[in-house]
Design a binder for this molecule. Sequence first.
Ligand SMILES: [Zn+2]
Length: 121
Amino acid sequence: MITKPNGWGEPELEWEQLFTKVRARAATQEERKRFGELHVARAKRLLAAPIEDLYDVVDVTMQMSVPARIHTSLPCAECGEATMETRVRLLHGQHLCPPCFEARLAGRSSHPLPRRQPAAD
Ligand SMILES: [Zn+2]
């Protein structure tokens, strides 16, 4: 639908002047009352108008976006949250969700990084 340039009627000078004053909070009580009357009359005209007087209805061609690829989910080894396989981080053979991976690296995890065994001599 395309709004017709004059679909909403000819410009109404009194309505426009009052609208400007009301919006600027510069209107008197009488001007606000008159604006309200004009505004309601305008709204009633629009609501009663046939739609083809207000809009041009035209066919449009739209290009649909490519559907998102669905990946399988793997459970996080720490919290159990199902995590899309493309987001899973692998750490010491464990599949971790991103927050658990970051926590593990920062040492905030309940399952800290395994200590490196000193090399045997
Ligand atoms: Zn997790």
